[in-house]
Structures are given as structure tokens and as C-alpha cells.
Design a binder for this molecule. Structure first.
Ligand SMILES: Cc1cc2nc3c(=O)[nH]c(=O)nc-3n(C[C@H](O)[C@H](O)[C@H](O)COP(=O)(O)OP(=O)(O)OC[C@H]3O[C@@H](n4cnc5c(N)ncnc54)[C@H](O)[C@@H]3O)c2cc1C
Length: 611
């Protein structure tokens, strides 16, 4: 079987062909060379961790992880194959990714990620077309007009606030657009309803005359110790002199330890977890299944919504949608296509393989347009339908002449790499878990004005006056909770003296029975809106997604919450800026060193594979 191509001698006759391929052997040798410094660094860091913890605690931690994940041999082999694939792929990374200076770009999805990408590209003079499936741009940033005694008042309904000290790039955007922001104390109130229907206060921020009982005080003391520990470990693995959400280190063991497990190790009671921690943070996560939140998140959570002091947040003088509206107004009107979802994207190789593809975007109106590049900023399910849906080839299937998703017939790539990337992409896209996939609590939000239906009489007045969230927990089953975002108590547009207190405004989740006979203003279903904050999402966004960024000849990027470790306007926006930057748009806030630092960290997070 030895031939001129294989460059081998007669000794290779009995060796299976794939092993005898000199190109593959060469690639493996290359990848081993690339892997060497990475492995050396990893071992060095492991050594430092062992030193910091001491051998006993280090071994206990390893045993805990092993037991916790009860790793089957199948999973170990799969992880090994992925690591080997990644190492092989890494050895060729720089050779295959091109920075594509695109003249015409399609952006799929107009949430803050897609809008951010389109906005930056448009400012750079790129002809960018923004596709949005819904009638209005903005994604999760929703607003509503209420009738307050005949006066029309606009407020936000979802995406209501942000932590100032963490959202550096979003702050720059707001300033750039001239959007006014305010600060506000956001207090949470947790009520516990017993079997007889009586509600008591389980936890409340800054409630006059109320003190947590001795057990909760003890839990709060332990929580603070846990928080300090997590802060130290995070600082050890990703030192940073300014507060930043983007200090992710793949070697941080707290990526792999669930926060719930760490709470137990610190002796924090189950009661605190179920009746205080989960209810409070459901409002941030929009889910109640929090046992899988990675422990490193404790630092961020405590910075955003601390238990022992009133959370202080920033909000818009109007509402979050206003920012997106202003951004969209900078784009040519015809380039913002609402009620125009994307159905599929095809990649047609150009005459000269060096020029990559014509990217053909087919929309719901059955119109197909050609672009140089595409940025995906929609849900994982939508990306999957568009790239691998009906009419698209499955991984490994032969291509029909009109089928092409770039990973199947990219002439630039070796077949091994095409197979690997296509399989990785379909796996990631079809396994992204959204909060509503595993729990329906936050699937339907109802905007209404009937405070009596959702608040207990004894607390109604103070909730309406002081609190931004009321969470009511069933004492017999704490996971059965209702969550009301109280809009009127703090929404800036409702604080004018003649409006304040005039009309209760709430968005309530999981209280459909109570609201059965109540007149509702608006009902919103949030499917595919919030990916779960799990260790899997953290792992896939930081290790696997970077391999897919720019993989189709540098002509396809992915941004937004579907491909990120967590959710938030700053994170999604920044990911859009990184994608736009790869396609030629300059980073717009280089005058601000702190924001620039976050941009660089996000770039590293999204593109480390190609560095
Ligand atoms: C109820 C709620 C409240 C939140 N509150 C806050 C908050 O207070 N502060 C904060 O920082 N973050 C908040 N978040 C998180 C924040 O909204 C997200 O992190 C961020 O909006 C995600 O933006 P995105 O652009 O990634 O995705 P999205 O906002 O989900 O946008 C995706 C867009 O893609 C569109 N789309 C889907 N399929 C297609 C298709 N085939 N073709 C074209 N378009 C398509 C969708 O219609 C949607 O508009 C909240 C989220 C939710 C759900």
C-alpha cells in the first residue's frame, strides 16, 4: 500500500491506511509540539494548586470531583477524543483561520448581541443587514405602555437593571448613545406560605424592624466565609485589578464544583439554600434549578445581589428597549428586517478557493441574499435549524448540489477537520439547555395591575412601596415558587410625584391560578431566552465554542447568550463587538482602559483557540 504520496517505504504495507498517511502523522507530531507547552503550563498550575491546598486537601478535592461526576469510561473516552481532536486542530489553527474583511454582513437576531455587532459594523462602514424574527428589535429587552389614569406611561418589562461596577462596556454604550441612567436600591422580599396559607417573611433586604432568625444569621456568616474563599481562589487563577466578569480560567477547580456542594462543605443549611438563596437568585437566573451553578459564580452573585446589604443597581431613565431602539436607528432603515426570521444559510464555494464562500441567507419571505459573512446572535435551537435543519446535510452525509453548510464542503479544510467541526457544532447546538427546557416556572410572565391577587394583605403596602421583587415560596415544597417583579415601586418613569403609587404594575411568573380571573395587560412566553447556568454551559462556551468561531473560512461567527458562559446585557453586547471586530469593525471604546480590558478578556475567551 505504500505509494509515492505516503512517502513511506515498504515497511508500511501492513499498517492501516489512515495511520500510514504522512500528513496525519505530521499533524499529530505538530499537535504534540503545540500541546507540550500547554501541558507544561497546566501541570505547573496544578502544582501551584497542590501547594496552596496541601496534598491532603488536594487529593480530597480530586476524589470529590471524581465521585461527583461519577465518570463512566464512555465519558472519559469522549473527553479524551475531544481533547485529542482539539490538540490536533490547535496544531493547525493559525494556518486555517483567516481574518475576513467583510464588505457585506448578515446578522441573525436583534437582541443586544446581534444589535451590538450590527451597530459596530455599520459604524465601520460595512453594509450590514439585521434579521429579526419578531416584529420588533431588542430580543429580551421588552417594554410596555401602561394607562395610568388616562396618562400613557412606558416602563420596562424584562431586562430591568444592571450592576454598574461590572458592566463596563454597556456603560460606555449608554454614554455613547446619550441614554440617561440612574441608580436604584433593589430590595428583594421572600415570603413563606405555610399549609394554612399564612405568609411570614423568610428574608427581606433592609426591612425596618425585621431581623433574620439565629439559624439564618449563622448561614449568612458561613456564606460570607464561602464568598471570601471563592474570591481568593478566583483571584489566584485569574488575577485582575478591577472588577470584571470575564476573569475565567479553565484551570480553576471551582468551575467543576457545584456551588450547592461548596455550600454543604461550608455547613450552610439546606433551609438557607431553598428558602433564601434560590428564591433571591431566581430573579437573576430565571430558573429554580440552581444545584448545577458552578461555585466560581458565588463571587459574581454576591457582588450583584448581596444578602447583607441592599443591592444597588443601575437602570435606564426610560427602559432597556430605548437603548436598542437608538442603536437600530443608526442603521439604514431597509437594513433592519423585522418579522423576517432567517430560515437557512448556505455556503457556496467561490471560483477561487482562497476567496472562501458566498454566504447565502434565505429568509422567511423566501428571499435569498448573498453576503461575505454571517454573525449568528439568536438561540442555539435557531442556529441549529438554520445551519443543520431540514434540507441541510447531517454530519457525514454526502452533499447534494444545493446543500452546503460550509463545514461539509469547505475545500480549505481537511476531511478529518470537517468531520470534527461539523460533529462538534451539531452536538453543541442540540445540547444547549434553556431554563424552560427543565423547569416551566419562568416560561410565562404576566403583566398586570392586581396586587391583591399576588401579594399577601399584610405585606402588600410595603412590597408595593419598597421592593423590586416579591418571591413567595411554598413551605412544603420550596421549589414551587411565584415571582413578581414589582415595576411600579421603582421604574423611573413611575416616580414623578403625580404618578408614584397611582397604579401597581407587576410582571408575575408561575401564579397562573391566582391570575385566572384577573385582567392581564400582557403575557409573554420566554422560550429559548435564558440558557441554564450550568457547568456544562461554562465548559462548552469556554472550551468548545472557540473552535467554531470563524471556522468557515473566517466567514461565520457566533455571539450572544447561547454561546456564552452566562447571561447579561454586557456579556452579550461584548460578544457581538468581538464578532464584529473579527470582521473588520474597530473596537469602539478603546478610550476607556477598563472597558478595553474586558473586551480583551472576552476576545481571549471567545477566540483563545486561534491565538
Ligand atoms: C425575562 C428576562 C429578564 C432579564 N433581565 C436582565 C437584566 O435585568 N439585566 C441584564 O443584564 N440581563 C437580563 N437578562 C438577560 C439578558 O436579556 C440576556 O443576557 C441578553 O438579552 C441576551 O441577548 P442576546 O442578544 O444574546 O439574545 P436575545 O435577547 O435572546 O436575542 C435573540 C434574538 O434572536 C431572534 N431570533 C431567533 N431566531 C431567529 C431567526 N431564525 N432569525 C432571526 N432572528 C431570530 C429572537 O427573536 C431575539 O430577538 C434577562 C433575560 C430575560 C429573559
Amino acid at each position: 500500500m505504500a505509494n509515492a504520496d505516503s512517502g513511506g517505504g515498504g515497511g508500511l504495507d501492513d499498517v492501516p491506511r489512515v495511520i500510514a498517511s504522512p500528513a496525519l502523522v505530521q499533524s499529530m507530531l505538530d499537535s504534540a509540539q503545540v500541546a507540550k507547552p500547554v501541558v507544561a503550563r497546566a501541570l505547573g498550575l496544578l502544582g501551584r494548586l497542590r501547594e496552596a491546598l496541601g496534598i491532603d486537601r488536594f487529593l480530597r478535592m480530586v476524589a470529590l470531583l471524581q465521585r461527583h461526576f461519577s465518570l463512566s469510561s464512555k465519558k472519559v473516552v469522549a473527553a479524551g477524543a475531544l481533547a485529542a481532536g482539539a490538540a490536533y486542530f490547535a496544531s493547525q489553527g493559525n494556518k486555517n483561520r483567516r481574518k475576513h474583511k467583510a464588505r457585506r454582513v448578515a446578522v441573525v437576531g436583534s437582541g443586544i448581541a446581534g444589535m451590538g455587532a450590527a451597530w459596530a459594523l455599520n459604524r465601520a462602514g460595512v453594509d450590514v443587514v439585521l434579521y429579526e424574527k419578531k416584529p420588533k428589535v431588542g430580543g429580551n429587552a421588552k417594554n410596555m405602555t401602561w394607562d395610568v389614569d388616562g396618562e400613557k406611561v412606558e416602563t420596562g418589562l424584562a431586562v430591568l437593571a444592571w450592576p454598574d461596577k461590572m458592566f463596563h462596556n454597556y456603560n460606555c454604550l449608554i454614554e455613547d448613545l446619550g441614554v440617561e441612567k440612574l441608580q436604584h436600591d433593589m430590595k428583594f422580599f421572600v415570603g413563606e406560605r405555610d399549609a394554612a396559607g399564612k405568609v411570614t417573611c423568610a428574608f427581606a433586604h433592609g426591612r425596618p424592624g425585621w431581623e433574620p432568625d439565629a439559624a439564618i444569621k449563622e448561614d449568612l456568616r458561613k456564606w460570607d466565609q464561602l464568598y471570601q474563599f471563592v474570591k481568593r481562589v478566583n483571584a489566584f487563577f485569574s488575577p485582575c485589578s478591577v472588577p470584571s466578569m470575564y476573569r475565567v480560567s479553565m484551570l480553576n477547580p471551582l468551575n467543576l464544583i457545584p456551588l450547592r456542594t461548596l455550600c454543604r462543605l461550608y455547613g450552610i443549611s439546606d433551609r438557607f439554600w431553598e428558602f433564601v438563596f434560590v428564591p433571591i437568585h431566581t430573579s437573576t437566573f430565571l430558573e429554580i434549578e440552581m444545584d448545577t451553578v458552578p461555585a466560581l459564580m458565588a463571587e459574581l452573585l454576591n457582588e450583584i445581589v448581596p444578602f447583607t446589604e441592599t443591592p444597588n443597581m443601575r437602570t435606564w431613565k426610560t427602559h432597556s428597549y430605548d437603548t436598542l431602539r437608538k442603536m437600530s436607528l443608526e442603521l439604514p432603515k431597509d437594513n433592519v428586517r423585522t418579522s423576517c426570521g432567517v430560515e437557512s444559510v448556505r455556503y457556496i464555494p467561490r471560483a477561487n478557493p482562497e476567496d472562501g464562500f458566498d454566504v447565502k441567507v434565505l429568509d422567511e419571505d423566501d428571499e435569498e441574499h448573498t453576503y461575505d459573512a454571517v454573525i449568528f446572535a439568536c438561540s442555539a435551537q435557531a442556529m441549529n435549524r438554520i445551519l443543520h435543519g431540514k434540507g441541510q446535510p447531517l454530519p457525514g452525509q454526502p452533499l447534494l448540489p444545493n446543500q452546503a453548510n460550509g463545514l461539509n464542503n469547505n475545500t480549505v479544510m481537511s476531511s478529518w477537520k470537517r468531520w470534527f467541526l461539523n460533529g462538534l457544532e451539531t452536538t453543541l447546538l442540540s445540547h444547549t439547555l434553556y431554563t424552560t427546557d427543565r423547569d416551566k416556572t419562568f416560561e410565562r410572565g404576566t403583566a398586570h395591575t392586581n396586587a391583591t391577587a399576588v401579594f399577601p394583605d399584610e405585606f402588600k403596602a410595603e412590597i408595593l412601596d419598597e421592593y423590586c421583587n416579591y418571591i413567595e415560596v411554598d413551605a412544603r415544597n420550596p421549589r414551587n415558587l411565584e415571582n413578581s417583579f414589582v415595576i411600579s415601586s421603582w421604574a423611573p418613569t413611575m416616580q414623578a410625584p403625580h404618578l408614584r403609587g397611582k397604579l401597581p404594575m407587576m410582571v408575575t411568573y408561575n401564579a397562573d391560578k391566582k391570575l385566572e380571573n384577573v385582567e392581564t395587560e400582557w403575557v409573554s412566553t420566554s422560550r429559548e431566552a435564558h440558557p441554564c447556568l450550568t457547568m456544562k454551559q461554562l465548559a462548552s462556551s469556554t472550551t468548545c465554542w472557540p473552535m467554531l468561531q470563524g471556522a468557515r473560512n473566517g466567514q461565520t461567527y457566533f455571539c450572544g447568550s447561547a454561546v456564552l458562559p452566562a447571561n447579561g446585557h454586557d456579556m452579550s453586547f461584548l460578544s457581538g463587538l468581538v464578532a464584529a471586530n473579527e470582521l473588520g469593525a474597530p473596537y469602539p471604546f478603546s478610550h476607556d482602559p477598563v472597558a478595553t480590558g474586558d473586551f480583551e478578556r472576552m476576545r481571549k475567551l471567545m477566540l483563545w483557540f486561534w491565538a
